[in-house]
Write a protein that binds this ligand. Structure first.
Ligand SMILES: Nc1ncnc2c1ncn2[C@@H]1O[C@H](COP(=O)(O)OP(=O)(O)OP(=O)(O)O)[C@@H](O)[C@H]1O
Length: 536
């Protein structure tokens, strides 16, 4: 049975970091807002408003206090205090928004017992570095309101009502954390809770980061050699692209946009999913690399986890960020790319670019497109259900393989940023790899394609006329290819290592000249992820 939300008056003292509660006497819901007035006030001249879009949850007030507590999040990204969790105590609430947001029971994934630990990871350098502020001013007080308190002792046994916080200290912290989950006695992960309850039997991890945190967890928890049940991850999007989060929540953005609420905050959605979400297996792929492939750092020497192979076939860390350790595979959940996308991720991951948040991609893209490099490669695909590999062909011949590409990107998700819909056919958790590709194109054409992707995926089906290299420069039809695939193999033919980078969920690997990357859906279950029940 799920644990109850706190019911004592002490549990609803204003949690640390929040302003004192506002006390409403009259409340009404109009035009997508709760409006309220205090005792003696006039509801027609409200004292305060809470936008529906900002509501995170409604809790019942404790016994002896009639009414409800409405938790809402306000964000001011450029301000001194970027996040503010507000609480309104109201004697009653209208059916809307009560029915939608009332949290009657503690989510099962918050129940802490010997068989199930709750972790919070704060990735301090993700995005523009706001994960710590989000934890301090939003998540910690919200969890406190649910009767959950933080501790930072790695060796404490599971204590009901507590969770363990890990703040990243280096690019290795998340991967090291993930590896520790496989160690009996640290994770508390058992195959079954065995107590007849619906408490999960593996830990729940609240991840305050971008996509990098996910790939570090995926490659740290180990594969089939690990006996632990897969942990469940709750994503709180505090990175730059947050591709996995935005893709899993895309139907919710679309639903909100249909009602005119285009500004729906991802962090509010993330908190709602955290409180009311359901756990589902996270589809993953395995990217294998030819011998001689190496992990590489960003151009200025700063890059995330350094992961290398151990004898068990699980990815793990070695060396520091200046090493280029050999690598033979990575597990990903988002994207495996070669060409413009991989180069862009590689060159934009410097401290100077990172300071610009999501704008860093546009800035780095402008530089890269001045060169408009044509990436020499061959690309083979295996289509769904087929056992045969087939080469992607040149536009002027039904037999000749295409020899130059600008873009080769295999993905399991729809969106690489909230508004960048690279694979419009992808649905949350559908587990289908899709390949977006086009041949050598100049900078302007590539920008056109990228702009169309920002218009909801309009790049799919784009066509243009191009000139062949041979046959005296004949005009032929070309365009963006978009295919469901079970496997993709990219073989690079580039003497300059600069153009031999591939990107796996943000991690960069350099192939050798003539080397290859093969990407295929993986049947392994390494992680589960919390999603809004509507996407299941
Ligand atoms: N304290 C730290 N010191 C050094 N590196 C860190 C630290 N904390 C986090 N990192 C690294 O910073 C990177 C942050 O990546 P993450 O993907 O979370 O954010 P992002 O790149 O801004 O977002 P996205 O991948 O969604 O675009 C990770 O590679 C992580 O290992």
């Amino acid at each position: 049975m799920a644990a109850q939300v706190p019911r004592t008056a002490a549990d609803i003292q204003p949690p640390l970091g929040t302003a004192p509660y506002d006390h409403a006497h009259h409340v009404k819901y109009q035009d997508g807002e709760l409006v309220w007035a205090a005792q003696g006030g006039d509801i027609e001249q409200p004292q305060g408003r809470v936008k529906r879009d900002d509501i995170v949850a409604v809790l019942k007030a404790p016994e002896g206090t009639p009414g409800y507590l409405v938790y809402s999040l306000a964000e001011a990204p450029e301000g001194e205090q970027p996040f503010k969790l507000s609480v309104l105590l109201a004697p009653q609430l209208p059916e809307e928004p009560l029915a939608e947001f009332l949290l009657a029971d503690m989510p099962a994934h918050f129940a802490v017992q010997a068989s199930h630990l709750l972790h919070v990871i704060v990735s301090t350098r993700s995005g523009t570095g706001q994960a710590t502020a989000f934890f301090d001013h939003v998540l910690r007080p919200l969890l406190a309101a649910l009767g959950l308190e933080a501790h930072t002792e790695p060796d404490l046994p599971a204590m009901p009502g507590s969770y363990r916080v890990t703040a990243t200290q280096s690019p290795h912290t998340v991967r090291d954390f993930a590896r520790s989950l496989g160690v009996v006695g640290t994770s508390g992960a058992t195959s079954l809770s065995g107590n007849g309850s619906n408490v999960p039997s593996a830990p729940t991890i609240l991840l305050l980061s971008g996509d990098g945190g996910v790939i570090d967890l995926l490659n740290g928890v180990g594969g089939s050699s690990s006996s632990a049940a897969p942990p469940t991850v709750a994503l709180l999007p505090l990175g730059t692209g947050n591709a996995l989060f935005h893709s899993l929540h895309k139907p919710l953005y679309s639903a909100a946009e249909a009602t005119g609420a285009s500004g729906q905050s991802p962090l509010v959605l993330g908190l709602r999913t955290l409180l009311r979400g359901a756990s589902a297996p996270l589809p993953t792929f395995r990217a294998s690399f030819s011998p001689g492939s190496r992990l590489v750092a960003a151009p200025e020497g700063i890059k995330a986890a350094v992961v290398a192979e151990d004898g068990d076939g699980d990815a793990h860390a070695s060396g520091d960020e200046h090493d280029h350790p050999p690598i033979d595979h990575l597990v990903g959940a988002i994207v495996a790319s070669y060409g413009f996308h991989a180069s862009l991720v590689w060159v934009s991951d410097t401290p100077a670019y990172r300071a610009h948040g999501a704008k860093r991609f546009g800035m780095a893209a402008a530089e890269l497109l001045k060169e408009a490099h044509a990436y020499a490669a061959t690309v083979a695909v295996r289509r769904p259900g087929s056992t045969e590999e087939e080469l992607l062909l040149a536009p002027d011949s039904p037999k000749k393989p295409r020899a130059e590409f600008t873009y080769v990107l295999a993905t399991l998700v729809s969106s690489l940023e909230r508004a960048f819909t690279i694979s419009p056919a992808s649905r949350p958790l559908d587990g289908q790899l899709r390949l977006v590709h086009f041949g050598a194109a100049d900078g302007e054409r590539t920008m056109d394609v990228m702009r169309a992707a920002y218009r909801g995926g309009e790049h799919v089906g784009m066509c243009w006329t191009t000139q062949t290299q041979s046959d005296g420069g004949k005009d032929v039809e070309d365009g963006v290819g978009y295919d469901a695939v079970d496997e993709v193999r990219v073989t690079v033919h580039e003497p300059d290592p600069r153009w031999r980078k591939v990107c796996i969920d943000g991690t960069i690997v350099e192939l050798e000249d003539g080397g290859w990357m093969a990407v295929a859906r993986s049947a392994e279950q390494r992680l589960r992820v919390l999603v809004d029940p509507s996407v299941l």
